[in-house]
Design a protein around this ligand. Structure first.
Ligand SMILES: [Mn+2]
Length: 462
C-alpha cells in the first residue's frame, strides 16, 4: 500500500468534485472457480483500490459528500478466519492504514444506505461488472438487478475518470516496475522460442518470470504463431521455422499497476525478407504514432497516424494503393488493421474500462466511429499530460477477411487484393510500448525492450 495520505488525498479530490449524496464503493468479493471455497486469484476492484487502498475481499466504503464522512465496512476477523488464514488486522487497523476512523460491521451497510435513500439523498454507484456486485448493489438500493445500470451515477463515474486518468509520479514508477518484469518476460520468450517447441513451453517460461518476481499477469498471456487472431489465448501450436510469434503480455507491480507490452519475433531467430518488410512497416508506424502522442492530441489521430503510416508502407510493398489519407478515412486500412492501436494504462490494463468504454475513451468532441475496424478504437479523445497509454499498431492478415473482401472487391481502389492473397498465411505483427504523456510530448516508459530487427535477432541469438 501507499502511505495513508495518498488515499486521504485522493478521496479529498473526489469529495471536491460532487456536491451532495453518498458515494457507495463495493470492493470485489472472492470469485469461486468451481465451488465456493476454491477461488480465482483475488483481484480487487481498481476504483476501490485507488481510493480505499485495501487489497482484500469483503469490503465496502461510503463517502458522504454533504458531511464529508468516510466509512469503511467489513468484518472483524473471527477465530475461524484466523484458523484458516492466520492473524489478520482488525477492521479498525485496516481503516487506520487508509485514514478512515469510522469502521463498521458490513451488516450495517444496508441500513446506512437505506437511510440515505429514505432521506431522498442520491446514492452514487459505479457500474458493476460482476454478477455478485450487481446483486449486492440491487439489494442495497432496493431495486432489481436489471435496474442497477439505470442507477449508476454518471457524475461519480466522470469524477473517478477525471481523477484516475492523470497518473501520479508514484503510479508511473509502479508501471515502470511492471515493465521491468515485462523486459524479462519478453526477452525470455524470444530466447525460449525455437522451431519444434510448443507455444505453451514458452508460455511456461514467461509464467516462471512472473513467479520469480511475485508479479501476477495483468491479463491472459497472448503468445501465438497465429498472431492475426487478436485475442488468441490458446497455446497449443507447435512452432515452425518460417512462422512469426506475437507475444502480448503484461505484468503487475507490487501496488497493482499493469504493464502491457507486445513484441513479434521469428520462430527461427531471423526474419525472412517478407517478414522483415512488414515488420519494418509496423515498427515505423509505432514510431510515427508514438511521436504523435502529445497533450491535447486526440488519440484517434494517433490511431490514424499509425494506420496511414502502415498504408504508406504497404503501398511500397504493392499491397496497398491510392492516397493513404483517403484510404484511412474510407476505412480501407481495416483490411490490415481491424482493431484500435491503444488504450489507457494504470491499475487496469485497459484502465477504467469497467466505468464504461465510451465515457473513458470518448467525449463530446470525439465520437466513436461506426466504420468496421475503427469502431474498435477504445480511446479516441484527446490525451492529457500525465496519462499513460499503450501504443500498439499492427498488421494482421486474416484469411477469412481476405477471402471475403477480395471476392467482393471491397476497397479495391486502396487494396491490391491479388497481391494481398499471397500473404494469406502470413499471420500478424503487433508491436506495443507503454507511453507517458508529458508536458513536452511523451516518454516511452521502462527499460527499452528489444524492438528493432537487429535487436530482436541479437536477443534470440543470445
Ligand atoms: Mn494493449
Amino acid at each position: 500500500m501507499f502511505e495513508r495520505e495518498v488515499y486521504v488525498g485522493r478521496r479529498g479530490q473526489l469529495a471536491s468534485k460532487i456536491e451532495s449524496g453518498l458515494a457507495l464503493f463495493l470492493g470485489n468479493e472472492e470469485a469461486p472457480l468451481n465451488y465456493r471455497d476454491n477461488h480465482y486469484p483475488f483481484w480487487q476492484d481498481a476504483s476501490f483500490r485507488y481510493f480505499w487502498g485495501l487489497d482484500e475481499a469483503g469490503l465496502a466504503a461510503t463517502l458522504d459528500f454533504d458531511s464529508g464522512a468516510e466509512t469503511l465496512y467489513g468484518h472483524e476477523p473471527t477465530l475461524d478466519d484466523i484458523v484458516w488464514t492466520g492473524p489478520l488486522p482488525s477492521l479498525e487497523e485496516r481503516g487506520e492504514r487508509i485514514g478512515v476512523a469510522d469502521c463498521r460491521d458490513r451488516s450495517r451497510l444496508a441500513a446506512d444506505v437505506r437511510a440515505a435513500l429514505e432521506a431522498g439523498r442520491p446514492v452514487h454507484i459505479l457500474p458493476p461488472y460482476r454478477g455478485d456486485g450487481r446483486l449486492e448493489a440491487a439489494r442495497l438500493l432496493g431495486c432489481s438487478p436489471s435496474e442497477v445500470d439505470g442507477r449508476v451515477s454518471e457524475p461519480l463515474v466522470r469524477a473517478v475518470i477525471a481523477i484516475r486518468a492523470p497518473k501520479e509520479p508514484r503510479e508511473v514508477e509502479e508501471i515502470e516496475r511492471a515493465i521491468a518484469v515485462s523486459y524479462e518476460t519478453h526477452t525470455t520468450a524470444m530466447r525460449a522460442t525455437r522451431p519444434g517447441r510448443y507455444e505453451w513451453e514458452v508460455v511456461r517460461e514467461v509464467e516462471a518470470c512472473h513467479a520469480r518476481h511475485g508479479s501476477p499477469i495483468s491479463f491472459p498471456i497472448i503468445l501465438s504463431v497465429r498472431g492475426e487472431v487478436l485475442h488468441n489465448h490458446a497455446h497449443g501450436n507447435r512452432m515452425e521455422a518460417g512462422q512469426l510469434v506475437v507475444h502480448d503480455s503484461g505484468a503487475t507491480s507490487p501496488e497493482g499497476y499493469a504493464s502491457d507490452i507486445t513484441r513479434t519475433f521469428p520462430v527461427g531467430g531471423t526474419f525472412d525478407s517478407r517478414q522483415r518488410e512488414v515488420y519494418e512497416i509496423v515498427l515505423k508506424a509505432l514510431e510515427d504514432a508514438t511521436a504523435a502522442v502529445a497533450p491535447g492530441t486526440p488519440f484517434i489521430d494517433v490511431y490514424k497516424t499509425a494506420a496511414r503510416s502502415q498504408m504508406e508502407g504497404l503501398k511500397e510493398l504493392g499491397l496497398a494503393r491510392g492516397d493513404a489519407h483517403e484510404a484511412v478515412e474510407a476505412g480501407a486500412h481495416a483490411a490490415f488493421l481491424q482493431c484500435g492501436t491503444g488504450h489507457m494504462l494504470g491499475l487496469d490494463v485497459h484502465d477504467m474500462e469497467a466505468l464504461g468504454e465510451d465515457l473513458v475513451g470518448y467525449d463530446e468532441r470525439v465520437r466513436r466511429s461506426e466504420l468496421f475496424g475503427v469502431a474498435y478504437v477504445r480511446l479516441g479523445r484527446a490525451v492529457e499530460t500525465d496519462w499513460v497509454v499503450a501504443v500498439e499498431p499492427g498488421i494482421y492478415f486474416i484469411p477469412e477477411l481476405i477471402d471475403r473482401w477480395s471476392a467482393e472487391g471491397k476497397f479495391s481502389e486502396f487494396v491490391n487484393w491479388e497481391a494481398v492473397k499471397s500473404y494469406r498465411d502470413f499471420g500478424g505483427i503487433r508491436i506495443e510500448d507503454d507511453v507517458l504523456v508529458t508536458a513536452g510530448g511523451r516518454r516511452v516508459l521502462g527499460r527499452p525492450i528489444p524492438k528493432s530487427v537487429a535487436e530482436v535477432e541479437a536477443t534470440m541469438a543470445g
